[in-house]
Design a binder for this molecule. Structure first.
Ligand SMILES: [Zn+2]
Length: 472
């Protein structure tokens, strides 16, 4: 079969391999404005499947979707800036509209935090209005100085959840519940093993009391933050004056949360599951779960149509590749690049033997399968693949998670990739020292139970175990 290298080998130049996969699998391409991106149909179909699955999980917790405006008055962000540190220069600002200079500049939403909180202030009056649970699917803009396709673009697609609660404890419970929704989605649907934990104060979202993260380990040993969930305490309630009348008749501030995931997760899927032949998609997010290819027109093509109909009747997303003007090898390579989990290939010879060839993408393994059982075999293979990709990701993470026994050892090894577990005293100075000369950072606080009695950096009594890695 045609298996000439069409991609830069993953082990040779990982960033170039990533770019190659994005281009050759026809996921996305750069847009005309720097930092913008065109999402091609194959990439968008994957995103739609991710979105539908995540949306179902979010709604199952009682959250409702709504939509808020793209343009936000500058004064809203200034109001936030008075209460929240870390007001950022990533904003895109509209100063003219309809040929006239605007009286007040409008910000293209970098997040809808402010406008949603302003709505909450109007919608929430009494304790019966709580909890208020809202999610939005939208595009947001954050001006990127160093854009990278899919991973860091100036405009990107995401979901942002915002909730308001009567008490701080309820907000904390919501924060943890959504972190778990994200973790389950990433492991079960994306097949990506993630570590969850709290962010250190320095990595915390501006305005949050507590920030929690899902961190994945990419194929090159770097971490990718795949989703975050924040307990905002009373910070935004004070900034936007969101209060409610309690059952006891007192006026109280609500406690709020926010949580988000973005199209960056697709970057994670590529970098966790991809190989030298291209993308490998977990069946749950594969636009075509099974592609059927007949070697020739006529009887094989007719049989392929019949098998595809049987697969669809069983709820499988099956696609027939009828591009007979292309060589069979070229067609197979195309679907390998695009990461289609299972292929059923049918030629005259197989047909004569009453068989089809069943190909699984993850291991690039082929086997003959009798025609009367190939539909069931393909369906079973999809379940098997979903499991196998997750197990592989889990194994990779386990094999690349190390205990660092000294700062020297960490500095010597962290550049080669992987997660490093170590004990930390909690000081800012030690956190900074961990990153000096290595570009590594604390990705998550794993537990209050330190792996060693003393801090790896300064030998002070340790307060917690943290995960350190270089990150995207
Ligand atoms: Zn320390």
């Amino acid at each position: 079969m045609a298996s000439q290298a069409v991609l830069t080998p993953r082990g040779k130049d990982f960033p170039q391999w990533f770019q190659d996969v994005v281009a050759r699998a026809e996921l996305a391409e750069n847009g005309p404005a720097r930092g913008s991106m065109v999402i091609r149909p194959w990439g968008y179909a994957i995103w739609e499947l991710m979105q539908a699955d995540m949306d179902r999980r979010i709604k199952a917790t009682g959250v409702q979707n709504a939509y808020f405006p793209l343009f936000i008055p500058m004064s809203y962000l200034e109001k936030e800036a008075q209460h929240v540190e870390g007001f950022s220069p990533e904003l895109a600002v509209v100063t003219h509209g309809g040929g006239q200079e605007l009286a007040e500049p409008l910000v293209v939403r970098p997040t809808s935090e402010t406008v949603i909180n302003a709505s909450f202030a109007r919608w929430i009056q009494g304790y019966r209005d709580l909890p208020m649970l809202i999610n939005q699917w939208a595009n947001v803009v954050r001006w990127e100085m160093r854009p990278r396709i899919i991973l860091r673009t100036s405009e990107f697609l995401w979901q942002e959840g915002h909730t308001a609660h009567a008490t701080y404890e309820e907000a904390q419970a919501e924060t943890m519940q959504m972190l778990e929704v994200y973790r389950a989605f990433m492991e079960e649907t994306l097949g990506v093993a993630v570590v969850t934990g709290e962010k250190s104060p320095r990595e915390r979202f501006a305005g949050a009391d507590r920030t929690y993260t899902c961190e994945g380990l990419m194929g090159d040993g770097k971490a990718l933050q795949l989703g975050t969930s924040h307990n905002l305490g009373h910070n935004f309630a004070r900034a936007f004056d969101i209060t409610y009348l309690s059952a006891q008749g007192t006026r109280e501030y609500v406690a709020t949360t926010s949580w988000g995931t973005s199209m960056r997760m697709l970057g994670g899927v590529i970098m966790v599951h991809g190989d030298d032949q291209g993308l490998r998609l977990p069946p749950a997010i594969a636009p075509h779960q099974v592609v059927l290819l007949a070697l020739a027109e006529g009887e094989p093509a007719r049989l392929v149509d019949k098998l595809a109909a049987e697969l669809r009747a069983e709820g499988v997303r099956a696609h027939v590749d009828n591009r007979f003007h292309l060589s069979f090898g070229r067609r197979s390579v195309d679907w390998e690049l695009k990461g289609v989990p299972v292929r059923i290939e049918l030629g005259e010879r197989e047909l004569a033997a009453g068989q089809a060839t069943l190909v699984r993408r993850d291991r690039r393994a082929k086997r003959p399968e009798p025609l009367d059982s190939v539909v069931r075999a393909a369906r079973d293979l999809l379940d098997e693949l979903q499991r196998a990709l997750h197990e592989e990701s889990l194994r990779f993470r386990t094999e690349h998670t190390y205990d660092a026994s000294s700062l020297e050892e960490l500095r010597a090894r962290v550049g080669d990739g992987g997660f490093f577990r170590l004990a930390w005293c909690g000081s800012d100075a030690c956190e900074e020292a961990l990153g000096e000369g290595t570009g590594a950072s604390i990705r998550a606080i794993l537990s209050e139970d330190p792996v060693a009695p003393t801090c790896l950096v300064d030998g002070a009594p340790a307060r917690c175990s943290v995960l350190v890695a270089r990150a995207y």
